[in-house]
Design a protein around this ligand. Structure first.
Ligand SMILES: NC(=O)c1ccc[n+]([C@@H]2O[C@H](COP(=O)([O-])OP(=O)(O)OC[C@H]3O[C@@H](n4cnc5c(N)ncnc54)[C@H](OP(=O)(O)O)[C@@H]3O)[C@@H](O)[C@H]2O)c1
Length: 324
């Protein structure tokens, strides 16, 4: 493996870009080399805050910067496919925010571009890399709670149309499923794979996007009961049940700092596994390692994993008839 600093660029300087940049500064072999916004004042402010030397007022200019190794796409869902493909065509490695795209077809095009240009590409499913989720996956595979046959997980909060504009905007791929429903679906997918059957029901906003979506995923010998909402609160613990006990991931489960194992309704063990920074650092480390090893995909969240999840989301999108 090479030994050098990986130079990152960020396009789209909104909410998640700030959180990501703060975590990136914690990684020794990563450097935030450039940032890009449609608004140069925003780019200047962001660059000063995180000590970034280059700032641009167009995404294309950042894609053309020869100093940048890997681009983090932090824009709304509807732009993920075109921007990722553009970055890959410019010879950049890409980490693209979730959900990978608004359609399975677009997800395929993104992965084809990664293969064609021989550049690393990953969907930013950061929860896959946090220590608590990694450990739960390993321990359940080793039978800590027997045969795993049940998951109950959700992601819900009360959003507001004035503060979370893109969440309620159908042109940006808004709604619960694409923004946060993908998280419980991800948990079910990493535990059980692709379901045999899915039943999904939604409650809608006036423009047709989903405010709440509940999903049942049916597997050969397991079921997942999942929920996502941008109009209700929840404790956001995830529960994984098996024939010999159950696991409860601490809230919020997708950035859990640990979990508990229960057997016969008694708490048998508590595992404390804090994240580095907010938790985005773990996916950044994975990207750096893959790039330094000349891999175009991660083994932990592979191209096929993203395609599978996109296929599941597409089935639900069709069932609940989303307007995009
Ligand atoms: N991993 C996570 O924990 C996590 C958390 C939140 C969001 N996300 C994902 O990250 C993406 C961005 O979410 P966010 O919450 O950061 O959104 P946000 O605060 O609205 O920021 C998105 C940024 O994208 C840029 N942009 C480009 N075209 C745009 C358009 N037509 N409308 C609005 N903004 C546009 C803007 O940056 P400029 O003005 O600087 O160009 C904007 O600030 C989404 O896909 C979301 O699912 C992930």
């Amino acid at each position: 493996m090479e030994n050098r600093k990986i130079k990152w660029g960020i396009v789209g300087l909104g909410n998640i870009a700030h959180q990501f940049a703060a975590d990136l500064l914690l990684i020794e072999d990563a450097e935030l080399a450039a940032v890009s916004s449609r608004d140069i004042f925003k780019a200047d402010e962001f660059a000063s805050k995180y000590n970034v030397s280059k700032r641009y007022n167009s995404y294309e200019a950042l894609f053309a910067d020869e100093d940048v190794d890997v681009v983090y796409i932090a824009t709304p869902h509807d732009s993920h496919a075109e921007l990722s493909i553009q970055a890959l065509e410019n010879g950049k490695h890409v980490l693209c925010e979730k959900p990978i795209a608004l359609s399975y077809k677009d997800a395929q095009r993104m992965i084809e571009a990664s293969k064609k240009h021989n550049k690393f590409f990953m969907e930013a499913f950061w929860a896959r890399f946090i220590p608590a989720v990694q450990d739960v996956l390993a321990k359940t595979q080793n039978g800590i709670i027997g045969d795993v046959n049940y998951i109950k997980a959700d992601f819900a909060f009360v959003g507001s149309e004035t503060e979370n504009i893109r969440l309620f905007d159908k042109n940006r791929g808004g709604g619960a499923l694409f923004d946060i429903g993908v998280y419980p679906l991800f948990l079910s997918y990493i535990m059980f794979g692709i379901p045999k059957e899915i039943i999904a029901k939604s409650i809608y906003y006036k423009n047709g996007i989903d405010l709440q979506t509940s999903m049942i995923l049916q597997y050969e010998n397991a079921q997942a009961v999942l929920h996502s909402s941008i109009v209700s609160e929840s404790d956001m613990k995830a529960q994984i049940g098996g024939t010999k006990g159950r696991i409860e991931l601490n809230s919020p489960w997708f950035m859990a700092d640990g979990y508990s194992v229960f057997k016969n309704e008694e708490k048998e063990a508590v595992f404390t596994l804090p994240t580095l920074g907010k938790g985005y650092s773990h996916e950044i480390i994975e990207c750096n390692n893959c790039i330094l090893n000349n891999q175009i995909e991660s083994k932990l969240w592979s191209h096929q994993n993203s395609l599978d999840l996109s296929e599941i989301v597409e089935e639900i999108k069709t069932q609940i008839r989303l307007p995009f």
